[in-house]
Design a protein around this ligand. Structure first.
Ligand code: SF4
Length: 286
């Protein structure tokens, strides 16, 4: 029986129906202005509940059960998105599935997704990036969190920073567009540590390996972040002083969608950079 659910009812993730994007007004400008989409109109999907790693100490997905929807069901939802006129989707699962599920998904996409573009959250892990790029994936979001190995170990990220950088470069070389996220304000990090993270982020953006990035403040419940390091969040914008950054940005323009996307990034960057009325803003992106 159809009904409107207004409060959480504890329905198991795998029993939830796909959203009705017309009824929920997904084409509304306020939703279209949200997110890091290149192709619009765009919308969100959710392939999995939680994260297959699920061990990072600061993360809401820590210890959550990881459940993945059947490939066929997801492919049907993508077809429906395309039929409705959406040009890009972002999968907001904690982390996109890998292994057999991904292999089967990519095989199915080969003939069915046409030109709908897909983005997803990834771990710094050896995904089949070439195949993903050929199958319509674009933005892959990597939470690198910090350039400092002692911090990655402390938050239980489960990656080596050198490996993370290799994975990001491999994704970019495959034709994907990595979006990086970092955090500042870990109580145990020094200014030198924060600057190391800032430099790594700038370097990957300048060289064009990362296409976009965001920084936020480390502030999980009951763990106070080091507020003196909030200043580094804003400093991600300093990459805009680099000619090499702009050279690579211009080199990435191949059509009007790329041009419009860059223009939106410039406008959003200027708005956030000059936003003096909210100097304590804890999350910024470039
Ligand atoms: S890999 Fe990402 S989603 Fe998974 S637990 Fe760590 S921060 Fe959370």
């Amino acid at each position: 029986m159809d009904k409107i659910v207004k409060e959480p009812e504890g329905i198991p993730f795998l029993k939830l129906p796909p959203p009705d994007r017309l009824w929920t007004d997904a084409f509304n400008k306020k939703y279209q202005d949200n997110g890091n989409f290149k192709y619009k109109p765009a919308t969100y999907i959710q392939v999995a509940n939680g994260c297959w790693w699920g061990k990072c100490t600061f993360c809401v997905e820590q210890n959550n059960r990881y459940e993945v929807r059947p490939v066929d069901e997801v492919v049907e939802e993508l077809k429906e998105c395309k039929r409705l006129g959406f040009r890009e989707v972002f999968d907001d699962s904690g982390t996109f599935p890998t292994g057999m599920w991904l292999e089967k998904f990519l095989e199915r996409l080969g003939g069915t997704n046409g030109n709908i573009t897909i983005g997803c959250n990834c771990r710094c892990y050896d995904y089949p990036f070439d195949h993903m790029a050929r199958s319509g994936f674009r933005m892959v979001l990597f939470g690198i969190e910090s350039a400092n190995q002692h911090t990655l170990d402390r938050i239980n990220k489960g990656v080596q920073i050198e490996e993370a950088v290799k994975v990001i470069k491999k994704a970019a070389k495959a034709g994907l567009e990595p979006h990086l996220t970092v955090m500042f304000g870990y109580p145990w990090e020094s200014d030198e540590d924060s600057i190391r993270t800032l430099r790594l982020l700038h370097e990957l953006l300048k060289k064009g390996y990362a296409k976009t990035a965001q920084a936020s403040f480390y502030d999980p419940p009951e763990k106070n972040g080091n507020k003196s390091q909030k200043k580094y969040i804003r400093q991600i914008y300093r990459v805009a002083y680099s000619p090499e950054f702009w050279f690579n940005k211009l080199r990435d323009i191949h059509n009007t969608d790329d041009l419009k996307y860059l223009w939106r990034q410039i406008k959003d960057g200027l708005r956030l950079f000059t936003n003096q009325d909210n100097p304590t803003r804890e999350k910024r992106w470039i």
